[in-house]
Design a protein around this ligand. Structure first.
Ligand code: ADP
Ligand code: ZN
Length: 551
């Protein structure tokens, strides 16, 4: 494949115009469809609403016209398959799906059309794809040169680090092993570096060209508030920001548990809002009815667990609220991304509290996972917490988490002074205190301890040293004799931890996985130790001096 040379470009553009009725490609679509049509492998990272579907639909059509046969689209979402196949058929494209919702007879008919080479696109669930029966059908197509492309949607499902791990996705590696010459395109709306590596590794996409779009959703305004009386806070937020003469906007309210979904839905209804519950414990028919109403009617609020939302394309969701903290930034980004798909202003609002953190940590601690895995989960939770506690631009941090710089990066790797002007911290800067000196103490302590003992230690131990607590362990290592022993008595344990999270989020401290989660200095420490950067922390809400408008 010669990515630069693309005799397909004109073809792709004609399909965009004639089949889909669009005048122009959006963002990187043009480069992607040209590359994939020409037979290249691709990994596409594009935010929700960015236009991923065309990235494989156009190459599928172009390659079919060139006699290459059918494109197989792997998708975990039955609802989405229906929608997409419906839309494609309406546009005159021979498309079909195979999933558990089809009768045996209908499935047999789809298979017949597939084997006759009539289909341009076939959508299939991952578990069906890797059955011996389906593999044999693919083999037959392949032998006749009629297998044109594999498109793997929601590719992050292959990663156990992701928020939506689906073991069936691991089986998809077999496609590449059996049909190595068939081009593949994997797509996802969310992937941090770890997940991205996992996709490449498990789907064997080492040779794929990466197409990474900006993950910024400029029309979404981020708000994160400390939880006090969360339902009342939510009601105030909806009243202030999303209520107008004719009623209230459509929104989604995410809660952690089914029980809480029921409670909150009832409380919102009591307050006169049009709210419906949605969670996996509800009867399938009720769930479907609520989903249909949410999609069809104006101004409904869906109170839901994260079971709701994947693949639901409602363009005018004006707000997404989290009453409980999600597990990690990817989940937060994905869920908030359901707001404002039409590009009009929308709000992402979250209330977080210490109890959320305690609960999430307990869930991790008590899970049967391996220690190393738990460590990764804790790290991801900490990153989200750091976002919640951040005193500077939320957008800058959110994008930094996905490896994207917003504005110019400063010496500490963050975009110094970059602001989006469309998040709570930009609009109403919070009360903060200068924690730079404390940060230097913490960094020096990590350094001294490592120097003195030749090995690294965890957060609890380091904080004990800073706070001058001569525990058995501290004495055992002689750390009570270090110059940094007791230099940090002015801060409490939770303040030190909060500072530490900020330092981790800024890349000044690195946590090593493994069972002991040891702390190490990282690149970003340099600027702080040299006095070239500062750290500001939010004044804790327990402090009586604190008062913050808007929250
Ligand atoms: P994603 O799967 O990335 O969330 P979709 O493929 O569903 O996004 O596309 C989101 C919306 O944008 C759809 O309504 C789609 O028709 C529209 N869209 C995609 N590409 C273009 C384009 N080049 N021009 C205009 N609209 C587009
Ligand atoms: Zn901002």
């Amino acid at each position: 494949v010669e990515p630069g040379v693309t005799p397909w470009e004109g073809e792709c553009h004609a399909v965009l115009r004639d089949v889909f009725g669009y005048a122009r490609f959006r963002g990187p679509q043009q480069a992607i469809v040209a590359h994939v049509s020409a037979g290249g492998d691709a990994l596409v990272l594009m935010p929700t609403g960015g236009g991923k579907s065309l990235c494989y639909q156009i190459p599928a059509i172009v390659r079919h016209r060139a006699g290459h046969g059918v494109a197989i689209v792997v998708s975990p979402l039955i609802a989405l398959m229906h929608d997409q196949v419906g839309a494609l058929r309406e546009a005159g494209v021979e498309a079909a799906y195979l999933n558990s919702s089809l009768s045996g007879e209908d499935a047999a008919e789809v298979e017949r059309r597939l084997l006759r080479g009539e289909l341009v696109l076939l959508y299939a669930a991952p578990e069906r794809l890797t059955t011996p029966r389906f593999m044999a059908q693919l083999q037959s197509l392949h032998e006749r040169g009629l297998l044109s492309l594999f498109a793997i949607d929601e590719a992050h499902c292959v990663s156990q680090w992701g928020h939506d791990f689906r073991p069936e996705y691991r089986g998809l590696a077999a496609l590449h092993e059996r049909f190595p010459d068939v081009p593949r395109i994997a797509l996802t709306a969310t992937a941090d570096a770890l997940t991205r590596d996992d996709i490449v590794h498990h789907l064997q996409l080492q040779a794929a060209q990466h197409f990474v779009s900006s993950f910024d959703r400029p029309n979404i305004r981020y708000h994160i508030v400390e939880k006090k009386d969360s339902v009342q806070q939510l009601l105030r937020f909806i009243r202030d920001e999303h209520t107008h003469a004719s009623g209230h906007d459509a929104g989604v309210v995410y809660c952690q548990s089914r029980r809480r979904v029921e409670e909150v839905a009832a409380q919102l209804a009591e307050a006169g809002l049009r709210a419906l519950p949605y969670h996996a414990g509800l009867d399938a028919a009720v769930r479907q009815r609520h989903q249909d109403r949410f999609l069809r009617e104006d101004g409904l609020i869906m109170v839901a667990t994260i079971a709701f939302g994947m693949g639901i394309d409602k363009p005018d969701v004006r707000f997404v609220a989290h009453l409980d903290m999600p597990k990690n930034i990817e989940g937060y980004y994905q869920e908030t991304g359901r707001a404002g798909r039409d590009g009009e202003p929308a709000n992402a609002w979250m209330a977080y509290g210490l109890q959320d953190v305690v609960n999430q940590r307990r869930m991790i601690d008590e899970s049967p996972a391996a220690d190393e895995f738990k460590q990764v989960l804790r790290g991801k939770l900490d990153a989200l917490l750091a976002l919640a506690e951040a005193t500077d631009c939320r957008r800058v941090r959110l994008l930094a988490y996905f490896g994207e710089a917003y504005g110019q990066a400063g010496p500490d790797g963050l975009a110094a002074g970059a602001r989006c002007g469309n998040c709570d911290n930009c609009l109403q800067p919070p009360q903060t205190w200068d924690a730079t000196e404390a940060a230097r103490k913490l960094l020096s302590c990590i350094y001294r301890v490592q120097q003195a003992s030749g090995s690294a230690f965890g957060a609890g131990h380091l904080i004990d040293i800073l706070r001058g607590k001569a525990t058995d362990k501290v004495r055992q290592y002689g750390h009570d004799r270090l110059s940094t022993f007791g230099i940090g008595t002015q801060l409490g344990e939770s303040e030190w931890r909060s500072l530490l999270r900020q330092l981790i989020a800024r890349g000044a401290v690195r946590v090593d996985g493994g069972p002991f989660a040891t702390l190490h200095l990282a690149e970003g420490a340099r600027a702080l130790l040299r006095g070239e950067a500062t750290v500001r922390l939010r004044v804790p809400s327990t402090s009586p001096a604190r008062s913050r408008g808007g929250a």
